[in-house]
Structure formats: C-alpha cells, structure tokens
Ligand binder design. Sequence first.
Ligand code: NAD
Length: 370
Amino acid sequence: MDISYNINNNRHNISIEKKLSQKFISQIEQAKSDKKILLIYDKNIESKFIKNFYELLKLSGCKIFLLQLEGNKSNKNEKLLFKILDFLILKSFTKKSILISLGGGVLGDVCGLAASLYLRGLIFYQIPSTMTAMVDSCLGGKTAINYKKIINSVGSYYHPYHVYIFNDLIQTLPNKEFLSGIPEILKCGLIKKNKIIRYLNNKKESIIAREFEIIKELIVESLSTKIHFFQNDINEKNTRLYLNFGHTFAHAFEMSTAKLIKNDYLRHGEAVGIGILCELYYANRKSKQIDIVQKILSDFNLPIKVLDENKYDSKLIQKIQSQTYKYIFLDKKKINNNPRYISLKKNFIPKTEEMKNNELIDETIFKFIK
Ligand SMILES: NC(=O)c1ccc[n+]([C@@H]2O[C@H](COP(=O)([O-])OP(=O)(O)OC[C@H]3O[C@@H](n4cnc5c(N)ncnc54)[C@H](O)[C@@H]3O)[C@@H](O)[C@H]2O)c1
C-alpha cells in the first residue's frame, strides 16, 4: 500500500505498482462482493494491457463483464452515464457488485457518478490511465458529467474503495496524455511545500523519460497534497477550494474553445497550466511566480497561451475572448455573483478570493489568449 486515507471512518487505499500483479486480486477478494464485476475501459488504452488485465481479473473467480467506452470531453455527458446505468440494470448488478473504471479523468468521473447513483452505490474501483487521472482525478470522490455544456454541472461525491495505478499504463501513454498531467502536479507543488517544484526543475530528463521511481514520487506527492486539502473538507467549503487553483480560468477556456473550435482543443491539464498563469496575473501583474510557472510549462512543452495567433483569425480570437469572459461567471465557487479564484501569497500560501475587477478579468484573458 502506498497511500491510505480515511473518509467517515472508512479506510481508502491507493497502490502504485511497477507491474500488474496478483495483489489486485486479493484486494478484490477483500471487497466481499457478489462476485460480479463490470470493467469499463477506455477504447484508446493499449489492447495488450486490457488483455493482460482481463486475464488477471479472471483469477478472482468473479463473473466479468466488459464495456469499452471512450473518454474525451465530448463524451462526458448524460448519454455515456445512461449507457453505463442501462448496462448495470440489464445485467442485474446489485449493491454488492463491483464497477471498475479503467480510463482517464472523463471515464473516472462518469463511472464514479454511475457507481454513486446505481442502487445508491455499488463497490467502485478506479484504475486511472492518463497522467491527469493518476495525479488528480482518481481520488477525492468528485464525480460528474458536463450537462448543458457546462463543465461538471451535474455530479456527486463518491469515493473509490481502492485506487490502483500501474506503471505499464504510464509507459504506454501517448505523450499528450502523459504531459498534460504535469500542470496538476505543478499546482500541488505551488499550494503546499513539498518536493514537486524542485523535481520539475531539476529532474526534467528523468520525468520525460518516465523513470518509474521519479514518476511514482511525483504521483505520491501530488495525491498526498490533495488528501491534505480535501480530507477534512470533502464538500469543498474551505481548504479543498485551494485545489481549484487555476481552474476558474481553465474551465472558461475549455468551454469557450470547445464551443468555438473543437471539443478536445485543450486537454483539461493544459488549460489548468494556463489558468494558473491567469490567476497569478490577476492577483499581481508583476508576480515573480509567473516566470517560475512559465518556465516549467515551457520545459515540458505545454502551452502558455490558449491560441496560436498565426493559426486563427482575429475575429475568432475575439469571439473566444468574449465567450471566455462570459464563462468565467459560471464559476461554481462564486459568491455574491462574483467568481472566485485562488491567489498565492509570496510564501506560496493559497487563499480563496472573489474576483471583483471585471476589467482585470478581461485584461487577464486577453494577456493569455494568444
Ligand atoms: N474528479 C476530479 O477530481 C477531477 C480532477 C481533475 C480532472 N478531472 C476531470 O478529468 C477530465 C480530464 O481527464 P483526462 O485528461 O484524463 O481526459 P480523458 O479521460 O478524456 O483522456 C484524454 C484522452 O486520453 C485517452 N486515453 C485515456 N487513457 C489512455 C491510455 N492509457 N492510452 C492512450 N490513450 C488514453 C482518452 O481516450 C482520451 O482521448 C476532465 O473531464 C476533468 O474535469 C476530474
């Protein structure tokens, strides 16, 4: 076991494994299920891993059902949710059955919502398959779909019984799905004192080469930081809000580009990187932390602006800018009709603040759009 945490006096565990192993099977046995498993897996995961994982699962003696779906923002909707619920009903799953999500943040969030709704909760496992899912979305219990094109507008809190992270998946990830996890790691390095910023600055080659021991440390540091902030604030009234650093702008950019360019123009993690820059700038236009973040994002070939101005005409850029501005006001954290964001003090202490300066919001979007 690499990480454990408690929610309402129940123990939850996260394991990070170098190789697929039978340990997973003994975990399945501990869950005391009715020996029925639905494995939902992302279509884009290497087929060899799926085959090996299926063979491993069979050793549990459970009856296994497979459902192949595709992550991707455009699918994070009620259609995907009901596809899962219909399947569970069709195959007469019970509260004692197991649902395993093997996928990125999208499948994890939608499967988690289905697991929380079906008979008001069945046994849920997460096996994150992208870096964003491994360092962030696999724990904390937030589940959601995007409804009426608003990000995560319908959701619940439902914690996975166990999270398993496998190195085999890290090694076969396409570069984009590997690198787009870096901004969520960086976020955890900015809001709490830990090894992350030092590692991102000094161990770049090892990270890019995906050396397991280094990647494992980054995952452990990120997930431990997340646990630190959410464990005593599950419903996000206080410290958990800090984990949204960068997200007020990020979600607005994700929605505007999805609407006006295409759904997966920006990966969530890529948007979070730019969102962090925006929130630092909004808090203090001359912040030295902007340079630190820009350097790290560039080192990992991540975008520091939303659009390449050579690729898009100025009319479209203007439309995206004004749409982004509107979407900022859909922020789920808003109070008194003001969206909120996370500011960082000089000593990297996070604070939640209202955004009351609409001109500065616009200026910030303009600064980082192209
Ligand atoms: N619940 C939370 O706390 C939380 C935290 C962060 C992000 N999120 C959510 O996560 C989502 C973003 O996650 P994501 O970037 O993983 O998106 P995603 O699940 O859409 O995955 C991105 C792409 O990678 C593909 N993919 C997945 N695993 C793969 C693998 N092993 N090999 C090859 N391709 C693979 C998918 O098919 C998809 O095309 C957003 O919806 C965001 O809201 C949730």
